[in-house]
Design a protein. Structure first.
Length: 134
């Protein structure tokens, strides 16, 4: 999502175009996912597509309910590399919480990027975005 030129002399139009470019880059980075380190397991790659995040949210809720009820039954999770993990409720909860935290960090980065003036030449420069490892 490169910005070669921002067309239009009106700052409002330029700001809207820039904001859309930032939003596109934000959604792109979220959809790619990240690498989450889980205690006792190591790094687990996850995708950030809506169906993946919905599944992760559901599993995270099951994990939290299990923790509340004292249930220790492992929860199956297949990662972005197609590797199956059997996670304790605590590990599943941690995976979910860090995924949510990553999405929040990407949003915060997009908000900060939208405030930069003059507009950066490229909204896809990694310098503006959080690490893909959480």
């Amino acid at each position: 999502y490169e910005i070669d030129t921002i067309e239009g002399t009106d700052l409002e139009i330029a700001t809207e175009q820039f904001s859309k470019a930032v939003n596109n880059e934000r959604e792109h980075r979220i959809s790619l996912g990240c690498l989450i380190t889980v205690d006792g397991v190591g790094a687990i790659p996850i995708r950030g597509e809506p169906e993946d995040m919905r599944n992760l949210t559901n599993l995270g809720q099951v994990a939290n309910m299990s923790l509340f009820a004292g249930v220790t039954t492992p929860i199956a999770f297949r990662d972005n590399d197609n590797v199956m993990h059997m996670l304790t409720p605590m590990q599943m909860s941690q995976l979910w919480q860090k995924a949510v935290m990553y999405v929040g960090m990407v949003y915060q980065a997009s908000w900060a990027l939208k405030e930069i003036r003059p507009f950066p030449a490229s909204v896809s420069d990694d310098i503006y975005w959080p690490s893909k490892s959480v």
